[in-house]
Design a protein around this ligand. Structure first.
Ligand code: ATP
Length: 219
């Protein structure tokens, strides 16, 4: 039987319930054998995250411990260059059988930014793309993606044929939490309890992450 492997990339600065709930729902819906959360060491399209890749990876590990089929993939941290998704998919493919199915999960915002990605036209040579839809998303994709969608979109996520090459959309429980909001709450000295798993909160507190530096002259 071909395996069904998913990948969800992100900065995870920090990982939160929006990522985790979305990942779990898609893994169950698609019947994935494994869904690899893959922290980006050096995201090409945004500023370097405020917290080290090692801490972001550790938080993802805390979040998915014991939550099959979610796993953590640290291969982007081992690479000494920008974390291009195409390179990650090529690397994952080398460890898989040719018939295995690979699913790249993208939020709607990430999907719409695809035309700015490194060699983005080649992504579908390695995987299917599963777009996580939210009710608040724009209904129209950018012009550059229209032809691709016309040629490659499959309406039933369970009917994606073969190892890769198609695009599908899945609805997920809307949780409009973002890492930006969490960083801001923490910088303001507010609680993020229930927005991140307890184990992630414990890690943040133990390592003093995201807190604004003291300005009152206290040591
Ligand atoms: P930031 O606020 O720092 O931009 P973020 O919360 O959007 O971060 P990322 O690590 O950039 O998190 O996101 C990784 C992936 O998870 C992206 O594909 C993104 O669309 C998706 N994602 C982020 N937040 C949610 C959410 N609340 N629900 C579902 N998917 C999400």
């Amino acid at each position: 039987m071909p395996r069904r492997i998913g990948m969800l990339g992100g900065t995870f600065d920090p990982v939160h319930i929006g990522h985790l709930r979305g990942a779990l729902e898609v893994a169950e819906l698609l019947g994935l054998d494994e869904l690899r959360l893959t922290p980006s060491a050096r995201p090409p399209h945004r500023e370097l995250p405020s917290v080290s890749a090692r801490d972001r990876l550790a938080m993802v590990r805390c979040a998915v411990a014991g939550v099959a089929p979610l796993t953590v993939d640290d291969r982007e941290l081992a690479r000494d260059k920008p974390s291009y998704t195409l390179d990650t998919l090529e690397s994952m493919r080398t460890g898989m059988d040719p018939d295995d199915q690979l699913f790249l999960l993208l939020g709607w915002d990430a999907f719409c930014s695809l035309p700015a990605w490194h060699r983005w036209e080649q992504l579908l040579e390695h995987c299917h793309i599963v777009v996580l839809q939210r009710p608040d998303a724009d209904s129209e994709p950018p012009e550059a993606l229209r032809n691709l969608l016309a040629a490659r979109a499959v309406s039933d996520p369970l009917a994606l044929p073969g190892p890769g090459g198609n695009i599908t959309f899945v609805w997920q429980t809307p949780l409009s939490v973002s890492a930006t909001q969490i960083r801001q709450l923490l910088a303001d000295g507010r609680s993020v309890r229930f927005l991140v798993p307890d184990a992630v909160l414990a890690y943040i507190e133990a390592h003093g992450l995201y807190r604004a530096p003291k300005t009152d002259g206290a040591p």
